[in-house]
Design a protein around this ligand. Sequence first.
Ligand code: ADP
Length: 443
Amino acid sequence: MKQKINLRLGLIALVAILTTAIGVTIVYYSLFQKQVRDDLKQNAWLLVETNVFQDAYAQGIESAKKLKIDDPGNLRITWIDSDGSVLLDNDTDVSELTNHMDRPEIQQALETGEGESTRRSDTMNMNTFYYALLLENGTVLRVSTQARTIVNVLLTALPVIGGIVAVILLGCVLIGHLLTGQLMKPLEVMAENMDEGGAPVYKELEPFANKIRSQHENILAAAKSRQDFTANVSHELKTPITAISGYAELIENNMVDKNDEVHIAKQIRHNADRLKSIVNDIIKLSELDNFEMTGTFENIDLYAVAKECVNDAKTLADKKQISLTCKGTSAGIKADKTLIREMIDNLVQNGIRYNKDKGSLFVEVLIEGSHPILKVKDTGIGIPADRLDRVFERFYRVDKSRSRQTGGTGLGLAIVKHIAELHSAEITINSTLGIGTEIVVRF
Ligand code: ADP
């Protein structure tokens, strides 16, 4: 990031300096050109004022050609006759000069009284500025001077520009360094204080900070729930294991009365069954955690599966003389059939286990809009309102002893919720204490 900021700053500075240098040079050069032209004009007029040329011409062409002018520095003076032939030149021998009629400034002067032109000289990067003035006797006086071209000016200024660029670039690197340091500091502080939840220094970073914070919270929550789960599992397994171990110890020490042997064996089997159920449910949950959705879903009829589950629950229901009803219509869903069976089995079994003797259980499948719905309703003991949102938690039971007595593990509804989530289904629960419970799964 630092490198990027430095590079950008450097680039901006470079472009700024170069455009400024070029702009300033263009403005300066146009002023400079104007100055050169004005000087030339002034010189020409001064020369004409002296009347030297007019007087010499009046005395005949030969005397005109003999006129001598002191070398006025870099000013070249050329005097041209009305036919274009050169009468006098302070720079070059007249005999070497061709007719000047073709020169634009001469033509202009002959036509309008004065003429101007600029030509690039052969010499490196120099321009020659000409100013021609028509005299009363028909001859033309031309003055010219050489001046640098704009490229020449730029090239001359290049070392200075280069120096400035170097200094400013160095400044940019320093400023970039300071700026990134200043910019990064609040980010570092934010990263360190992520847990405390203070607002970030830059409001643009708020969504980013919130996202990280919520991910962080999720990770912590997941870790906490894993920890709780492990602790719960250990606790749940400990009770039947301790019981089995205790009974075994009694047998080992010959402390069991002959008459109690069957009772002890029953207790061992009961606790072993309990262990089996807990381990089975844990395996189911862990399978659901690692469930790969891809390609396993098929089209199934929710009503057909519900009927199968209700039929299978008959023996359990008969024990408490609970009447089972399953009604509804065929409803196609894309699902994993084994999981849906597991889900309905759990709901139906709960509806029987937490029911009153001679109670009823109604299972219904219907379609609302485009959503297949499963309803499992019982006339059982109900769930207190303040526990309703907890019954889907792993190992949560409203009444521990009742759950254990009926072979519950406290994982049934957690499995139901997990299966519903895998099928993007929504679960709602309604319950009235002493009246009954209704669970609705909306696909
Ligand atoms: P369990 O194996 O204990 O039945 P679940 O996860 O299936 O565990 O249910 C959690 C708790 O929710 C149960 O212990 C019970 O207290 C309560 N519960 C579940 N279904 C019903 C129901 N149909 N009627 C009343 N209480 C229920």
